[in-house]
Design a protein around this ligand. Sequence first.
Ligand code: PXP
Length: 248
Amino acid sequence: MSLLLGVNIDHIATLRQARYALNPEAPIVEPSVLEGAREAVAGGADSITIHVREDRRHMQDEDARVIRREIDLPLNLEMANTSAMTDFACEIRPEFACIVPESREEITTEGGLDVTGNLDSLKVTIGRLHEAGIKVSLFIDPDPAQIKASAELGAEMIELHTGAYALTTGEENTAELARLRNGSQLGHDLGLQVNAGHGIHLDNLEGLFTVKHLAEFNIGHTLVARALFIGFRAAVAEMKEAVAGYSA
Ligand code: PXP
């Protein structure tokens, strides 16, 4: 199966909030995240990702409701490991929930979710999401201990954090890529669906093509940045064409 493209539209909301956070009922409020999601669909997105953060810095609760109602693609809701966000996910019922770190205690040195350090609370959250019929992904570093713990907790998926790969060059970058390759192999061997995300760009995509067993890339920032110059639909279509070069 070809690699799927999950389009993260958070930064459309970031731009809207930069102007209208204090005036959400203004006669003109733009850009529209729903229009953004529709453009992503038209550009070939396989799923839509939104992160409703605890501080509501970009996506608002109503954005999630509207996208859930109006967009006919799988929704991936990124969320913190809290009971309030789990309540919200159970209300929205996305196809997938990706648990991401937001508070300092939940974060590893690299930046992924500290699964090994939060086993008890994650067990509760994952159990509740599963009861609501939501498949669970954990956004983690390509660290064997985190990957094994994710499998033991019964998550269906892991999303490997590609941020360190995206931020490095030379030997460091080669080492990060090797960690991603090993991590993906381990996740696959443990029966997990392996996705990847953060900092993925047209210019660093090819290295990731050497990481086998990936099912989906989740990409946001570069698509919104590129949209300023070529439009969002075209930016998504361009990325979709580029990711078609991946073979597992
Ligand atoms: N995956 C996860 C779990 C994320 O939180 C984000 C947003 O930071 C992304 C993927 C997309 O990253 P980017 O915006 O750098 O493409």
